[in-house]
Design a protein around this ligand. Structure first.
Ligand SMILES: [Zn+2]
Length: 457
């Protein structure tokens, strides 16, 4: 038996009264977050000011607690004064805001100390009224309504109808293999959602035979090419939506948007269009995620060993010509899904090194080409004359990697290729505009050029 933590997220269909209650809880969460943050900032500023007056450390104003527990204790003392309406919402609303604040502060502190990977985490900022709202319940009457697969139970808010059946989770609950840890309600692009964090107990997975190997070459032209020859087409959800998106963004441009310099607030009509743009983006994202889930589940069920490339997605996103297409495919999300699903299903996942020349190697004789521009779609080997579709060739090379690394799960960097030219021959040249906006000096004017020539001569 394995215990795993899984999320089940349902779109909600709340009544008008329930919508008000949901909004009120999320607002309470935001209020507690901002209250705690304001207090901590004031305390930090006070201490910093005192230090400039050479007050010894022992006599400084004591620091306020940054832990979720300490914040909650202080909130419970102050809430009667600062929020006399606190009884309107479940106490969980305020606790979740303070817990989020504690996490944000911890992240900031560990990022500053260098203990945290990834981009630098900034100091938490105040939450605005129009930002994404959410609220987490960890205790009380939460879960599914018994013998009703269309409703979820939330503390203080009651039974809320869902847009789809909850049977996937309900079956686990009825069998006693699920323990619901928390419920988080959130609001995104005009819809309410409820996500349950659930501890699921499953029988040990029976993985597919490990000799069923699939090399997966991810791309833009087709979403994935398997070494078995199967081609998964790129559905291009974002490309399809571009037309509508352009139309809506043109409409938004004609309306009065916000302007930070003049402090102009956006008009209601501008906000309405922005909401429609957000809904369209959400629809594209949902369609993309759905397709990726179906693909990754299918791969994990069929193959005992999956070989993927370690793609530098954030690096590729820096290429301005490819960024939208790469984002539209969702490669990073695909990697993430295969990663956790392979672990759940007991499938061996081999990740090829970032510099493994999967496209440049001949899958027949093993010769490595020095360069292969992206526009060349068919691989032709100079050594043995072998000809194959570029992506299928890459997928076969990846599949061959599975045997080489029968023990481990990742590969060492491949040996250098023959006569590799200096630099990257396929690098995209980016010419930045000059001027104030980019901070680059403008090219010298004709007069300056003449003068410079005179001095050098
Ligand atoms: Zn060859």
């Amino acid at each position: 038996m394995v215990v795993m933590i899984q999320a089940y997220k349902f779109a909600l269909d709340p009544t008008a009264v329930q919508q008000d209650a949901l909004r009120s809880h999320c607002g309470g969460q935001r209020y507690a977050f901002n209250w705690g943050l304001a207090r901590i900032k004031a305390n930090m500023n006070q201490r910093a000011a005192e230090q400039t007056y050479d007050i010894p450390d022992g006599q400084l104003t004591p620091a306020v607690s940054w832990s979720a527990y300490g914040l909650r204790r202080d909130w419970n003392q102050a809430k009667h004064q600062v929020a006399p309406w606190w009884r309107e919402n479940s106490k969980e609303a305020y606790s979740s805001g303070l817990a989020n604040l504690a996490t944000a502060l911890t992240n900031w502190r560990s990022s500053r100390a260098g203990d945290r990977r990834g981009p630098v985490t900034r100091f938490p900022r105040f939450k605005g009224r129009r930002g994404t709202v959410s609220c987490r319940f960890t205790t009380g009457a939460l879960g599914l309504v018994e013998s009703d697969r269309r409703r979820v139970k939330l503390p203080r808010i009651g039974a809320v109808r869902t847009c789809e059946s909850t049977r996937k989770l309900a079956r686990h609950v009825e069998r006693g293999t699920a323990r619901i840890r928390s419920a988080t309600v959130s609001h995104l692009a005009g819809r309410w959602f409820c996500a349950f964090s659930v501890e699921i107990t499953r029988p040990d997975p029976v993985p597919p035979p490990p000799d069923a190997v699939a090399g997966v070459d991810l791309g833009i032209k087709s979403l994935a090419v398997l070494s078995t020859g199967e081609v998964v087409p790129n559905p291009k959800h974002l490309e399809v939506a571009q037309r509508e998106l352009r139309r809506l963004q043109r409409q938004a441009a004609r309306r009065t948007g916000p302007d930070r310099r003049t402090g102009r607030t956006p008009s209601k009509r501008w906000r309405k269009i922005q909401a429609r743009i957000a809904r369209l983006h959400a629809r594209v994202a949902n369609a993309r995620r759905d397709g990726l889930h179906k693909l990754t589940t299918r791969l994990v069920r069929r193959f005992g060993t999956i070989v993927l490339e370690d793609l530098n997605v954030s690096g590729m996103m820096r290429n301005r010509r490819l960024a939208r297409h790469i984002a539209g495919v969702g490669m990073g999300e695909l990697r993430r899904q295969i990663g956790y699903k392979a672990a759940w299903a007991g499938v061996r996942l081999v990740v090829a090194d970032r510099w493994f020349p999967s496209s440049k190697t001949c899958s027949d004789c093993g010769a490595v080409k020095a360069k292969l521009p992206l526009r060349v779609r068919v691989y032709r080997c100079d050594e043995c004359g072998f000809t194959l579709d570029r992506d299928l060739n890459a997928a076969r090379n990846l599949a061959a990697l599975a045997d080489e690394t029968a023990g481990g799960t990742s590969t060492a960097s491949c040996a250098g290729t023959s006569n590799m030219p200096d630099g990257n021959p396929c690098q995209t040249h980016i010419a930045w505009a000059t001027g104030i906006a980019t901070g680059r000096p403008a090219p010298l004017s004709a007069g300056q050029r003449r003068r410079r020539k005179a001095t050098t001569a």
